[in-house]
Design a protein around this ligand. Structure first.
Ligand SMILES: CSCCC(=O)C(=O)COP(=O)(O)O
Length: 288
């Protein structure tokens, strides 16, 4: 698919550059498991207070109330900024200890680098916080043998505390589980996955705090203004048809990215929208 006159590619994250399963089955459960330790040790610490106080008052009357609310929002995948900011805070240790790293779809890294080399700007727009976006792109898994989440890696406080950079993390037995209570004490160590920091390729970072909600056309106008491009000079790629519709309404070019594990596209959406299965299908020309 050829698109002309594009100066900037704006990408969604979940279901576009990485599988939905990485977010739902690795990142979300990690945050839920990490939270009790943070609530018991950092409840009144300056480091945590701003995340806590961003929640509505009725949900921060006690650590147990906040934990229950975070679990409920996560289960319902509510994309509210105070949850997304807290998740970014909780995910940092998981990336730095090597408990997980980002499994980009194989076409993504090479294509983003090629677009940069061609002189195009690459920017991100996700419901995940800008802080979480930078963690995600700062820890791209380049080690096929280990996968994005190491078998049996313990996601609780033991592992979270190990940010020494020694290249090891505490793990349990081979039976990986998201429930720390099901883990054994049979700890051993395996090397951290090899990762690449791809943040330098990206020169625009947008979330619901600095741009607005992803299904609102005005958010895309805000982004175009911030990037100093005409909307028509931007190509937005997302798995979500409502986001694609909003971007088109704002005057951007937009294509649906239809990845394994995504919600299947209706036949109507397949007819009315452009859709691709891999970024390899896109050829961009800076001039018209
Ligand atoms: C950037 S962090 C992980 C993604 C995330 O938390 C999320 O809600 C995904 O939202 P997206 O808008 O990228 O689909």
């Amino acid at each position: 698919m050829n698109v002309n006159g594009i100066k900037c590619v704006l990408l969604d994250i979940e279901g576009t550059v990485c599988p939905i399963s990485f977010v739902k089955e690795t990142l979300f459960p990690y945050a839920i498991r990490a939270l009790p330790d943070v609530l018991s040790t950092k409840w009144d610490e300056a480091e945590f207070r701003s995340y806590r106080d961003a929640f509505p008052e009725e949900y921060r009357s006690s650590p147990a109330t906040l934990q229950a609310h975070v679990e409920d929002l996560t289960r319902r995948d509510v994309k509210v900024a105070y949850l997304k900011n807290l998740q970014g805070f909780l995910w940092e240790d998981g990336y730095t200890t090597g408990a997980y790293s980002t499994p980009l779809f194989p076409d993504v890294g090479p294509k983003l680098k090629a677009w940069r080399a061609q002189g195009l700007q690459v920017a991100i727009y996700s419901s995940g916080s800008v802080f979480a976006q930078k963690l995600l792109f700062g820890h791209i898994n380049v080690d096929d043998t280990l996968g994005s989440k190491r078998q049996g890696v313990d996601g609780d406080a033991k592992t979270r505390g190990d940010s020494t950079g020694e290249g090891k993390a505490t793990i349990t037995t081979e039976s990986a589980t998201d429930d720390p209570s099901e883990k054994t004490d049979n700890a051993s160590t395996i090397p951290k996955p090899k990762t690449e920091d791809m943040t330098s390729i990206i020169s625009g970072w947008f979330d619901t705090t600095n741009a607005g909600l992803k299904a609102d056309a005005t958010s895309y106008t805000t982004i175009a203004t911030a990037l100093k491009w005409q909307p028509s000079e931007i190509l937005f790629l997302s798995d979500n048809v409502h986001e694609v519709d909003a971007a088109i309404q704002a005057g951007m070019n937009s294509i649906v990215v239809d990845r394994p594990g995504n919600v299947p596209l209706s036949s109507e959406d397949q007819t009315r929208l452009k859709a691709i299965k891999s970024l390899e299908s896109i050829t961009l020309n800076l001039s018209n």
